[in-house]
Design a protein around this ligand. Structure first.
Ligand SMILES: C[S@@+](CC[C@H](N)C(=O)[O-])C[C@H]1O[C@@H](n2cnc3c(N)ncnc32)[C@H](O)[C@@H]1O
Length: 286
């Protein structure tokens, strides 16, 4: 369950700063993160460093122990994580956005992609707000090349990259088939513009799970779909119908998309038990 320890209602977006009930949030700028030689050559031991997890169907991934990563990051005095842990919070806006653990809707999205046989082979995929990276890894194992993006650099370096390395068949190909980014979505667009100038560098698929909880960030998310998706590409947004305490949710995100008049939307999956969850597919209007 969400442990939202904050309220960001009535916030106003201005460039990459958001004013929220009298406080100004400074969002970290986007950066590309390279995979180090040390990470590529590191040997990991089952139980000590990672465990094999049955996710769904016959999908079994090796996942680094996030709880151990949290302890290491605290010992290294990683400010954002120390603060999140001291507040027992999964999210502190603009400081830590929750990427150290696997959230419920990423299982929904993974199951949907495999169950509905969404073509992934030779596709260029963005796992947006990737956290542990299980969705991107699933795409990678099914023949896609994948860019992983998470807000926190520490999440990308300590969890996402190790998870990718643990699961890819040939480590040598990590740098060819993957790229990693951290920082705010607004400046991610700017960074992509500087790094990749051609339309063919855009994505066939943008996959994102549990990223619509904060209404103040939804426009940024929409802008990524608008600017980074190929004309015939699709975005799949997995999320809860309503996020208590923060105001975001699927209907409200869908309203924003409708108002912008860029994409058609279709609910391709919804839960029939527990907290209401859905997957929304976005394609460009013709
Ligand atoms: C609740 S976590 C979900 C992680 C993962 N997708 C999952 O379902 O397990 C939300 C993710 O959205 C990303 N995020 C939220 N706000 C962001 C922002 N303004 N800029 C960049 N990333 C953001 C963070 O990277 C974070 O990992």
């Amino acid at each position: 369950m969400f442990k939202f320890g904050f309220s960001v209602d009535n916030a106003k977006e201005e460039n990459d700063k958001v004013e929220s009930i009298g406080t100004v949030l400074d969002w970290f700028p986007a950066v590309k993160i390279e995979v180090s030689h040390e990470q590529l050559s590191k040997k990991c031991c089952e139980d000590d460093d990672f465990k094999e997890c049955d996710l769904f169907y016959d999908v079994r991934l090796k996942l680094i122990h996030s709880d151990k990563v949290v302890i290491d990051l605290q010992q290294e005095n990683c400010e954002n994580i120390v603060e999140a842990e001291s507040q027992h919070s999964d999210l502190i806006p603009a400081k830590y956005e929750g990427g150290l653990k696997v959230w419920e809707c990423s299982y929904d999205l993974g199951k949907y992609l495999i169950g509905d046989k969404i073509p992934l082979e030779n596709k260029s995929v963005l796992d947006l707000g990737c956290g542990t990276g299980i969705i991107g890894i699933l795409a990678l194992l099914n023949g896609a090349s994948v860019h992983f993006q998470d807000y926190n650099t520490e999440v990308i370096k300590s969890v996402t990259i190790p998870n990718v390395i643990l699961n890819i068949n040939d480590r040598k190909h990590v740098q060819e088939r993957c790229a990693f980014f951290s920082g705010d979505w607004a400046s991610f667009i700017q960074l992509r513009g500087e790094l990749y100038r051609n339309d063919y560098e855009k994505y066939d698929l943008i996959l994102t799970s549990e990223t619509i909880y904060n209404p103040d960030n939804q426009k940024k998310l929409h802008n990524i779909f608008k600017t980074q998706l190929k004309k015939n590409g699709s975005a799949y947004v997995a999320g809860k119908v309503y996020y208590f305490g923060v105001g975001g949710g699927m209907r409200q995100f869908e309203d924003l998309v409708e108002k912008e008049k860029i994409f058609e939307t279709k609910t391709v999956w919804n839960s029939d038990e527990g907290v209401q969850r859905e997957i929304l597919k976005l394609t460009f209007r013709t």
